[in-house]
Write a protein that binds this ligand. Sequence first.
Ligand code: FEO
Length: 175
Amino acid sequence: MEISKELEEMINDQLNFELYSAYIYLAMGAYFEEINLSGMAHWMEIQFQEEFNHAMRFYRHIFERGGRVELRAIEQPQKDYASVLDVWETAYEHEKLVTSRIYKIAELAEKEGDRAALTMLNWFYTEQVEEEEKTMSIRDKMKFIGDNISGLYHLDQELGARPPVEAPPAESFAP
Ligand code: FEO
């Protein structure tokens, strides 16, 4: 069953939104580099790669379903933040937005009875629980730390140990 034009449009939009997410996290990484929080910068660079992989899952799905990928201009991400906590708060809010967008795509896929799309989206439900949890827990730690420099130093060290993500081979993007 070929993907419907309406669903193709929503998935294309999400593919581009995931690339925008990658861009946002890279900009957050640059912000952390500038203020010498290299562990947090490292965490964001890994997140940038994760988002790229998310985009590729949508990219592959469109092709596998006989659709047409449309890459669009990516909006400039926010450059400056009020504080380190503000960055993590923004990241958490962003992940909640991603989740709500995925649910909207799933609503349409359900309405159309598109099981292939629903199976692909299934992976994202679990992934989004993880994405929200990761950013929320760092946000909460930052709230706890407040202005404590030693606490910030230790959290930065901890986040600097985030392992790299390996880009999966193209065929594994399929559900
Ligand atoms: Fe692609 Fe962080 O959601």
